[in-house]
Design a protein around this ligand. Structure first.
Ligand SMILES: [Zn+2]
Length: 134
């Protein structure tokens, strides 16, 4: 709340969505608004909710986290890496959820790119015994 940018973002979060809807409506009509705003937002929200529902029911547990969190590959694919949820519960401060080469984590790639560009700083990562051996 100390940063003015984030305070404004909290108040005006809908502005990019409305602007996108207006542009799509002017350029392509109501059909474009349905695909580009309503369907896109609906699918995005449901994919996000899958993280806290499906990954607490189906998948595998790498870490003994004393909860029901699971790593779920298909949720990870739909959510760009958020489906590695047991990894996240075991290492909640880690920006990287996919901890193995085969755990696709597109969100992490984006954060890493921002870090390399100097935009993201103090990025936290999980330290696992295998990481130390790599
Ligand atoms: Zn969870």
């Amino acid at each position: 709340m100390k940063d003015g940018f984030y305070r404004r973002l909290l108040s005006w979060w809908f502005l990019p969505l409305v602007a996108t809807g207006v542009v799509l409506g002017v350029v392509g009509g109501a059909g474009w608004v349905m695909w580009g705003v309503f369907l896109r937002v609906t699918l995005g929200l449901h994919a996000t909710w899958l993280v806290n529902s499906a990954t607490h029911m189906w998948g595998t547990q790498r870490f003994a986290t004393r909860d029901d969190s699971r790593n779920n590959w298909w949720v990870a694919l739909l959510t760009f890496g958020e489906g590695w949820h047991n990894n996240h519960h075991a290492h909640p401060r880690s920006a990287r959820h996919g901890l193995r080469w085969y755990e696709v984590d597109v969100n992490w790639w984006g954060i890493r790119a921002l870090e390399l560009l100097g935009v993201a700083r103090s990025v936290k990562l999980a330290r696992t015994p295998r990481d130390a051996a790599d």
